[in-house]
Design a protein around this ligand. Structure first.
Ligand SMILES: [Zn+2]
Ligand SMILES: [Zn+2]
Length: 257
C-alpha cells in the first residue's frame, strides 16, 4: 500500500496516523503465528482499511470498506475463500453493525466490488453470496462497466452513490482488463489495486496500462487527493528492493514500517 500525501491542497484530508500504523507483516518460519486474520484499521468512523494476514496468504492484500448513509462499498475480498480461515465477512458485519447503531438506516445495502478480478482480490466473494441486501459485482469487464455506468461517453469514469458519499470509479485496464480505481472525495483516497502499488507492476497489456496511468494522472489533477492506496506491499523500505516473491514474512529493512 502506498502511503504518501499527493498534493498539498488536500492537507485538510491528510490524517498522518496512517504513517504510524504498524501493519501485520507475517511470521518467521517456525515461529508462532500471532497476526489477526485481517488487521482492521479505522481511518475514521466510515472508512476502514483491512490487510489480510501473510500467515494465511503470502499475497496479503489490502481491502477497503467505505460506508455511506444508505450503502456500504467493500473493495476486494482477499485471497482466501474459507470463512473459517479468513473471516472477512465477520469483520465487515461488525463494522456495519457498529455504523448502523449510530447511523440507523432501513434497507442498508452492501456492494462488493473489486479493483480487478485476479484471484487474490475476489476469493472471499463467496462469503457474501446470498447475503441479504448485498450485490456482488460481476468479474467480467462488461459487468463492471455497466454496474458503475462507465461508457465511452462518460470518459471512462463512472460512479456509485453510497448516500451522501459518491465514489468515482475510473476504468484502468492494463494490469487486468477489468481493472478500475476508486476515488472517494470524502477522504481523498485513490484506491488503485495492483495497477499502482509499491512493488513490481505487472502490465499484461502495456499500451493500455500506460494509457490508463496517463488518464489516472489527469483525473487526479482535477481532484483533491490525500493518499494513493494500492493492494499489496512488495517493496522493502529500500526503493526498488523487493521482498522475495511468495515471502511469508516481510522483514523490516529499516524498522520504519
Ligand atoms: Zn492483480
Ligand atoms: Zn494482487
Amino acid at each position: 500500500m502506498a502511503q504518501f500525501p499527493v498534493n498539498t491542497e488536500a492537507n485538510d484530508l491528510v490524517n498522518t496516523t496512517i504513517f504510524r500504523i504498524r501493519w501485520i507483516h507475517g511470521s518467521l518460519p517456525r515461529s508462532s503465528k500471532r497476526d489477526p486474520p485481517p488487521q482492521l484499521w479505522r481511518f475514521n468512523s466510515s472508512t476502514m482499511i483491512l490487510r489480510q494476514s501473510r500467515d494465511i496468504s503470502f499475497e496479503a492484500p489490502f481491502i477497503y470498506l467505505f460506508l455511506g448513509r444508505e450503502k456500504a462499498l467493500l473493495i476486494d475480498t482477499g485471497a482466501t475463500q474459507d470463512r473459517g480461515k479468513f473471516p472477512l465477512r465477520d469483520y465487515v458485519e461488525e463494522e456495519l453493525e457498529r455504523w448502523l447503531n449510530s447511523n440507523p438506516c432501513r434497507d442498508y445495502s452492501l456492494i462488493v466490488a473489486h479493483t480487478h478480478s485476479h484471484g487474490d482480490h475476489v476469493a472471499g466473494d463467496l462469503q457474501f453470496e446470498g447475503r441479504l441486501g448485498t450485490v456482488v459485482v460481476g468479474k467480467q469487464v462488461g459487468q463492471v462497466l455497466s454496474f458503475f455506468g462507465i461508457s465511452g461517453m462518460s470518459g471512462n469514469v463512472g460512479q456509485v452513490d453510497l448516500g451522501g458519499r459518491i465514489i468515482e470509479v475510473i476504468r484502468i485496464p492494463g494490469h487486468h482488463p477489468a481493472s478500475v480505481a476508486f476515488y472517494d472525495s470524502q477522504t481523498g483516497f485513490l484506491v488503485t489495486g495492483d495497477t499502482v502499488c509499491p512493488g513490481r507492476l505487472y502490465a499484461r497489456d502495456y499500451p493500455a496500462f500506460v494509457d490508463s496511468l496517463n488518464r489516472l494522472v489527469e483525473f487526479a489533477k482535477s481532484r483533491k487527493l490525500s493518499y494513493v492506496l494500492g493492494a499489496h506491499v512488495e517493496m522493502t523500505d529500500i526503493p526498488r528492493k523487493e521482498y522475495p516473491i511468495g515471502a511469508r514474512y516481510q522483514l523490516m529493512s529499516t524498522g520504519s514500517r
